[in-house]
Design a protein around this ligand. Structure first.
Ligand code: NA7
Length: 548
């Protein structure tokens, strides 16, 4: 990273004004934070890298991008009028509709006038004497604010693979996150997809029928289950709108704020027949019920997990005609639900098409990308297009890509070098006046995200409103509070099977230097417990923090 702090000294501040708050990002979190702080009468400016609002839904325009949460559970809940006037057309909304929704929200609440687009924040440092943050954009402009709120998303630092020759390929190539705004044609083309996470699965099943040929390069297979999406009928629409209060009440009570709640029974407390009938039912129902609403021990008990994993493996064997391909698609190194479960629509059937081929890079590793295709250890694949569905430097990556400096010039990435250290996943000791919405150690990264975003934003808004009212100009998390919270987060994750598995949920990324040690990045106590803890901290006069 260039030494942007030195460079900043050479640049005039863009405005003599010190804002009450600067928000980084105009996605779901940034938009709502802007709305809330403005309602409090604070002066706010948001900076956004993209040329429009929407964050995740602005960038991820790849074919097949859509919700895995039921649409009506995902929209903002803060405005009854907004809830009543917006019609979701599908149970799991496709990306273009979600982006339209977020644009509608930005217009409806007149948010754009305080957002500066095409403005990537590259550095931010705390000026102790002035008690304000100096925020530096890629174009060199410096802006100042008392408080800095990051709304930079857990999956926004997209990551290309570390494979030699990526720049050599002469055909079309796209990372799913940086998908072009113009239509991309697949007709008659020889296409490769690298990566089979939630994104790769959505792309593969969508483009398979459209390509001349499709070769999927899979390293680790994932356990995928059917989404069962469909249009929302007029009757359903009425029911959804009338049912919003009860639905949001339910979402407040479930661990991940989904409409699916863990089944109180243990796997071995029922007969085999009952168990299989229950699993059949889950497999035939829409959404994450099969992950979030399974037997209570499915994600903590190895034996229970193995039994269910084998049941899902048999589903894959039934759906994929070629037994060799089916075996390749069945995960062998982790159990069901211990990594993010991709939701699919005829994903497995795509491999029954004669022009779709699966290459396991565990068996025949990719050696390099060439000018004309992909060279593995046993063959060269001639290609017209390579799609990189290789994911993100998740949860902490977006923080690492901004040079945050706290007290005494300390770097946030150094402070978090051995794993994040936070208080409530919203603050870090030594970085005063910095609020990290959807940051590491926060419940929101394991949540139907807008639900937890609203909680984060409302808590931060209350805090900044309180500071404004009481003339508080500096807010610090204490090192003790930070240490205790970080320990608590680690302890909660200890009993979970997912914490023993490599994935972005545990901070593993083979494409990023140093991200080869598993870390606890998420709060696993569930959203209700997290919300209660945050409320308690506020009610006790913001315990664990020094407000001056
Ligand atoms: P993921 O879930 O991180 O998936 C990335 C995929 O790319 C995964 O299959 C990786 O295999 C694969 N990958 C990454 N680097 C390589 C290299 N170098 N060679 C071969 N394969 C590679 O990202 P997604 O975008 O699918 O999903 C991210 C989240 O966004 C998702 O969970 C939703 O919550 C929304 P690996 O598993 O590492 O072996």
């Amino acid at each position: 990273m260039p030494d942007t702090h030195m460079a900043a000294a050479d640049h005039a501040v863009a405005s003599s004004r010190t804002f009450d708050a600067i928000i980084i990002g105009a996605g779901i979190a940034g938009l709502y934070q802007l709305h809330k702080l403005r309602q409090l009468g604070l002066s706010v400016r948001a900076f956004e890298t993209g040329s429009g609002v929407g964050g995740t839904w602005y960038w991820n325009r790849y074919p097949g991008a859509r919700f895995d949460s039921e649409s009506y559970t995902y929209g903002y809940s803060f405005s009854q009028d907004l809830l009543q006037e917006w019609d979701w057309t599908e149970h799991f909304s496709p990306q273009p509709e979600t982006l339209r929704y977020l644009n509608h929200v930005a217009d409806r609440f007149d948010l754009r006038r305080d957002i500066q687009f095409n403005s990537k924040v590259v550095a931010a440092s705390f000026d102790e004497a002035a008690r304000e943050w100096r925020v530096i954009l890629e174009n060199g402009q410096t802006w100042r604010a008392r408080f800095l709120v990051t709304a930079i998303g857990p999956l926004s630092a997209h990551q290309m693979p570390r494979i030699p020759g990526v720049a050599d390929f002469k055909g079309e190539s796209y990372h799913t996150y940086m998908w072009p705004h113009e239509p991309v044609s697949f007709e008659g083309k020889r296409v490769a997809v690298i990566g089979t996470g939630a994104t790769g699965v959505q792309v593969i099943q969508t483009i398979a029928p459209l390509c001349g040929s499709l070769t999927v390069f899979q390293r680790t297979p994932n356990w995928c289950t059917p989404l069962h999406n469909r249009k929302i009928s007029a009757d359903e629409q009425e029911g959804i709108k009338a049912g919003y209060p009860a639905m949001f009440e339910l979402l407040r009570q479930t661990p991940g704020c989904y409409i699916h709640n863990t089944d109180p029974r243990g796997t071995f407390e029922v007969t085999q027949e009952e168990r299989e009938a229950f699993w059949e039912k889950l497999y035939s129902e829409p959404g994450f019920g099969i992950w979030m609403g399974n037997f209570r021990d499915m994600l903590t008990d190895l034996e229970a997990n193995a039994l269910f994993s084998e049941w899902v493996a048999n589903k894959i064997r039934q759906r994929v005609k070629d037994p060799v391909t089916a075996e390749k698609l069945i995960p062998k190194n982790h159990g069901f639900g211990t990594r993010r479960v991709p939701q699919e629509t005829f994903y497995y059937e795509a491999y029954n098409l004669p022009h779709v081929k699966l290459v396991s890079t565990l068996e025949t590793p990719i050696e390099r990308i060439t000018e004309t295709g992909i060279q593995t250890s046993d063959a060269h694949y001639d290609l017209d297009m390579i799609i990189y569905a290789t994911g993100f430097d998740a949860i902490t990556g977006a923080f690492d890509r901004i040079d945050f400096r706290g007290v005494g010039g300390a770097k946030l990435s150094d402070h978090w070098a051995d794993g994040p250290k936070t208080y409530l996943g919203l603050m870090s000791a030594g970085f005063p006046n910095l609020l990290t919405i959807v940051g590491p150690h926060n419940a929101s990264t394991r949540c139907n995200i807008p639900r937890c975003i609203e909680q984060n934003v409302e808590w931060v808004s209350d805090l900044l409103g309180y500071a404004h009212e009481h003339g508080i100009t500096r807010i610090d998390a204490t090192p003790d509070a930070e240490a205790n919270w970080s320990k608590h987060v680690e302890e909660l994750a200890a009993g979970m099977l997912y914490s023993q598995v490599d994935s972005w949920l545990t901070g593993i990324n083979s494409n990023v230097e140093g991200k080869n040690v598993r870390r606890i990045l998420q709060y696993q106590g569930g959203a209700p417990q997290y919300r209660e803890k945050c409320e308690q901290v506020a009610a006790n006069g913001y315990e664990g923090m020094v407000l001056t």
